[in-house]
Write a protein that binds this ligand. Structure first.
Ligand SMILES: [Zn+2]
Length: 171
C-alpha cells in the first residue's frame, strides 16, 4: 500500500443468486465489525444480522429490479430489499429527510473472515419513531448509491455480458 494512504476495507456482498450485490468501503480498516442480530419480528424469522458504518460508503447494484421485493412493516420507515429469485435480504434502506441510509446483512458478505464479527443482539422494540430515525441517521451508512442496472440505459455490457458497473471499483 502506498505510504500516506489510509487502510480501508472493501467488503463485497450479494444475495445467493447475485441479483442484489453491494460494495461497502470501510475506512479505516476495521479491527472488528459489529454484527447486530435484530430481534424484530421480521428479522427473527429470516435470521437478519446487520452492520453499518456511518462513515462508510455503500454501492448497491440490482441487476433485475423486477426481481426485488421491497418489504416494509411497523412504522414503514425502513425497506427490506428481498431478492424475489433466491429469498435473501442483503440490504435495508431508510429514507430520512430525503436522504438514503442503509445497513447491510453480514450474512450476505463474501469472503470476510467471520472472526471479525462482534455479535450483539439488538432490540429496538418499543422505540418511538422519532428516536428510531435519529438513531439511523447517526449509525447507518449515509453515503449510499443504489443502482438499478436493468433500467439504466447508460450502463453498457462488456463482451462477457457482465455489466460494466458491477466491475466498477471506487479509487
Ligand atoms: Zn437473489
Amino acid at each position: 500500500m502506498p505510504t500516506g494512504e489510509i487502510a480501508r476495507m472493501f467488503i463485497h456482498g450479494k444475495c445467493h443468486c447475485g441479483n442484489i450485490s453491494f460494495s461497502l468501503t470501510w475506512e479505516p480498516d476495521p479491527a472488528e465489525i459489529p454484527a447486530r442480530a435484530c430481534t424484530c419480528s421480521f428479522c427473527t424469522k429470516h435470521g437478519g444480522v446487520w452492520t453499518s458504518n456511518p462513515s462508510g460508503s455503500l454501492e448497491v447494484a440490482v441487476k433485475d429490479p423486477s426481481l426485488v421485493s421491497k418489504y416494509a412493516f411497523g412504522t414503514r420507515t425502513a425497506e427490506f430489499h428481498i431478492c424475489a429469485r433466491c429469498g435473501v435480504v442483503p440490504v435495508v434502506t431508510s429514507r430520512i429527510d430525503d436522504h438514503l441510509y442503509a445497513v447491510v446483512s453480514v450474512n450476505a458478505f463474501e469472503g470476510v473472515d467471520p472472526s471479525l464479527f462482534r455479535r450483539v443482539s439488538a432490540s429496538f422494540d418499543g422505540e418511538g419513531e422519532e428516536s428510531r430515525l435519529a438513531r439511523r441517521k447517526h449509525n447507518w451508512i449515509a453515503d449510499v448509491e443504489y443502482i438499478e442496472i436493468g433500467t439504466c440505459p447508460s450502463i453498457e455490457r462488456t463482451a462477457t455480458g457482465k455489466p460494466v458497473a458491477a466491475a466498477h471499483v471506487k479509487p
